[in-house]
Ligand binder design. Structure first.
Ligand code: KIV
Ligand code: ZN
Length: 513
């Protein structure tokens, strides 16, 4: 029997560290349910000690997920580890993941600790974590820039203390495949008790080599890859789950490894993560990009028509492209809608929330004949943004006028903390005029660093999904809004971002301490 490659998904932890990608507890739960359907082996649900919100999210995911191991990150100290253990205690299968930086640069400049102190802290952290579970992962942060002798010494010690997974982090995306593969092989050869742990790789994509580095690790004995959906993550992101999985599956002849993943769930989860975080997927992205299976050139089309294998190394349906089917329409009833929500892993808090979502679905179905899964995801994602408890701003009404030769103008009525107000604005186009009319009432002074529009399900009849990124006082948030009218979608996205900016959720950062 071939070895199995463990897929450890960290979309909800490392992916969420991407500026503007922070998610609510409900959003994280929805993604976790999809990850469970995808059959990932381990879900890193968050960093429980970083904030109450993250603690609650890890706890909720630990209680809900049955088929994947649920993991929380924790720094190498008792408080973080105890907090992780507390959040995870309802899990059917749990893992504590503790880490500390081991490179000379990080130890001296960031931690201001000597190598001996770091060694001792790592050992004690793993010993403490083992009191709560026998599934403990240890990561030497900035492992790829650490000194080999020190790395061997510390890893031997934490395995002796009971670490069952050793995860070598290329924290700043500095490694190159040959070097990283050699590092994994050398560590496995030199650490005397290396056979007592599963070796894992965790790569960042700063030089565009995260997937290549991870696969080089796998070729040298790593049996766990840490990755995120769509490669989401800080800076240039993390290793893409979909690319690693499809590489190992498509080239099984080369890697010779088994996977537990249900690949038909890849596209649905990719879309869900993109909708929730507001990070669009580039069209030419491998596996999950809209063009990944589109053959435009005549020669390719001719070849594919004669025999698919001429130009297709994977089947679109094997990664879930066929899942984009019409699910409901204008005549669908509440029960059909509720059942589809369940199938999509969406659990709304109350019957009132289901009723509200159903009403929104009916409104949408009046304006759009075919409702796709993506429309439903967008509908419930923006529901939280438009009507979330504690939101200050809600859209009540809006209109705009634009004609060639005239300055576009808009009028927007908002409810601000329950009080209605209306203002007009002019701008370069209807979207600009609308956002100015909103800003004149709210006066956020936030800087807009991104505005993008995507058609959710193709064609001009599709809903437009707008992402707006705002920055203010060191905080960055993404807002999303969906509507068949892209000006309305823009207003919703802008308000969604302003509501998040006003929520003041702060968290302790895992790294950079
Ligand atoms: O990139 C990194 O070093 C990490 C560790 C916490 C594993 O995310
Ligand atoms: Zn990382």
């Amino acid at each position: 029997m071939a070895d199995k490659l463990i897929i450890f998904d960290t979309t909800l932890r490392d992916g969420e560290q991407s500026p503007g990608a922070s998610m609510t507890r409900e959003e994280k739960l929805r993604i976790a349910r999809q990850l469970e359907k995808l059959k990932v082996d381990v879900i890193e649900a968050g960093f429980a000690a970083s904030s109450n919100g993250d603690f609650e999210a890890v706890k909720a995911i630990a209680e809900a997920i049955k088929d994947s191991t649920v993991c929380s990150l924790s720094r190498a100290n008792d408080r973080d580890i105890a907090r992780a253990a507390e959040a995870l205690k309802g899990a059917k299968s749990m893992r504590i993941h503790t880490f500390i930086a081991t490179s000379p640069l990080h130890m001296e400049k960031k931690l201001r600790m000597s190598p001996d102190q770091v060694f001792e802290q790592a050992r004690l952290a793993v010993r403490f974590a083992r009191q709560f579970t026998d599934n403990v992962e240890f990561s030497p942060e900035d492992g790829s820039r650490s000194e080999l002798d020190f790395l061997c010494r510390i890893l031997e010690a934490v395995i002796t203390e009971g670490a069952t997974t050793i995860n070598i982090a290329d924290t700043v995306g500095y490694a190159v495949p040959e070097m990283f593969g050699n590092l994994i092989r050398t560590l496995r050869e030199r650490v005397p008790n290396s056979d007592k742990a599963v070796w894992s790789v965790h790569c960042h994509n700063d030089l565009g080599m995260a997937v290549a580095n991870s696969l080089a690790g796998v070729m040298n004995g790593a049996r766990q890859v840490e990755c995120t959906i769509n490669g989401l993550g800080e800076r240039a992101g993390n290793t893409s789950l979909e690319e690693v999985v499809m590489a190992v599956r498509t080239r099984r002849d080369f890697f010779g490894l088994d996977l537990g993943i249900d690949t038909t769930q890849i596209v649905p989860v990719s879309r869900l993560v993109s909708t929730i975080t507001g990070f669009p997927v580039q069209p030419n992205k491998a596996v999950v990009g809209a063009n990944a299976f589109a053959h435009a050139s005549g020669i390719h089309q001719d070849g594919v028509l004669k025999n698919r294998d001429t130009y297709e190394i994977m089947r679109a349906e094997d990664v879930g492209w066929a899942a984009n089917k019409i699910v409901l329409g204008k005549l669908s009833g509440r029960n059909a809608f509720k059942q589809r929500l369940q199938e999509l892993g969406v659990q709304l808090d109350s019957e009132a929330a289901v009723n509200e979502a159903f009403q929104r679905f009916k409104d949408l179905a009046d304006r759009k004949a075919e409702i796709f899964d993506e429309d439903i995801h967008a509908l419930v994602s923006t529901q939280a943004g438009d009507h979330g408890a504690g939101d200050h701003y809600h859209l009540v009404a809006m209109s705009q006028r634009s004609a060639i030769g005239e300055k576009p103008m808009a009028s927007v009525t908002l409810s601000i903390d329950g009080k209605e107000s209306t203002a007009e604005g002019t701008g370069n186009g209807p979207v600009d005029a609308t956002l100015k009319a909103i800003e004149s009432q709210i006066g956020s002074d936030a800087e807009m660093t991104l505005y993008s529009v995507n058609a959710i399900s193709g064609g001009t009849e599709a809903q437009g999904e707008v992402t707006v990124r705002l920055a203010k006082g060191g905080r960055v948030v993404n807002g999303i809004g969906a509507d068949p009218d892209i000006v309305v979608a823009s207003a919703k996205a802008y308000l969604n971002a302003l509501n998040k900016l006003g929520s003041g959720i702060e968290r302790v950062k895992a790294q950079g301490l």
